[in-house]
Design a protein around this ligand. Structure first.
Ligand code: MLT
Length: 264
């Protein structure tokens, strides 16, 4: 389905009944990463997933995409389709950065928060330089070059050896991202604020889920983040990398299901 936004639109899916649960994907991905969650959790929650601007089937809006802008897109989408808050928001990686921006502005909209494969810190100066290098790469050589650079780091060693079909699917999802989407997200992530000071102020129930073998955001960053959010819990998913929800969907869904049962 498509939600009209300014001169474009956002693509989204809605399935199931019950407490609304919004899934926000990472970079350069799309709502397709949440297929196992839609299948496994729609009997206990209303599963909402959208493609962020420039990603998946959403309109390739002009960059840059600040995390605040992406969060505002999510809020406009939720209001526009008539979702009554409060709801649970689950953000993966860049989706986690967007979740922090959403919480900063609309804390009362949250019934709960799930932070997966993400971090609170801003980019280091080396990280910012790498974003600029990637922006030049995508402008000069296109999205496939970015995808081929990122794909070897996105999953766990087990996933590469045992699930080549899944790795192919991840590659195809990444390839759907537009050049504007890649540039917009890279600029937004490069310039995002440090959310560390927000962590002790989070009052909604919070679950942190992280793959033990995440090569993009190491587990210790999730441990640090979780230790600063009052009352939060960390679930570590074994034999999973940056996309634990796709690599070990049963374990991931089990953790989400347990968390949701505490909110009902
Ligand atoms: C993501 O998966 O969203 C990105 O890898 C996050 C990042 O590059 O900081």
């Amino acid at each position: 389905m498509k939600f009209p936004l300014d001169h474009g639109y956002l693509a989204y899916d809605r399935i199931g009944h019950g407490l609304p649960l919004l899934f926000i994907h990472g970079y350069p991905l799309s709502r397709k990463i949440w297929q196992s969650q839609a299948g496994g959790l729609s009997n206990i929650a209303t599963i909402l997933s959208l493609d962020l601007r420039g990603h998946g089937e959403s309109f390739p809006f002009d960059p840059p995409y600040s995390m605040d802008l992406l969060a505002e897109d999510c809020k406009r989408f939720l209001d526009g389709i008539g979702t009554q808050g409060p709801l649970v928001v689950c953000g993966l990686s860049m989706g986690g950065y967007v979740t922090f921006a959403l919480y900063r502005k609309y804390p009362h909209f949250f019934r709960g928060m799930i932070l997966t494969s993400t971090r609170a810190a801003a980019d280091s100066s080396e990280g910012k330089t790498n974003r600029d290098v990637s922006i030049k790469t995508v402008l000069d050589q296109g999205v496939p070059k970015i995808v081929d650079g990122m794909l070897p780091k996105v999953a766990s060693p087990l996933t590469y050896s045992a699930k080549p079909g899944l790795v192919d699917s991840i590659r195809n999802i990444m390839l759907q991202t537009s050049v504007k989407g890649v540039v917009g997200a890279l600029q937004g992530m490069r310039d995002r604020p440090d959310s560390s000071a927000l962590l002790p102020t989070i009052t909604c129930p919070t679950l942190v889920i992280h793959g033990a073998d995440d090569q993009i955001i190491p587990l210790r960053e999730a441990e640090l983040m979780q230790s600063q959010i009052p009352g939060s819990h960390l679930v570590t998913i074994p034999q999973a990398g940056h996309l634990a929800n796709m690599e070990q969907p049963e374990l991931f869904n089990h953790a989400v299901r347990d968390f949701l049962s505490t909110l009902l």
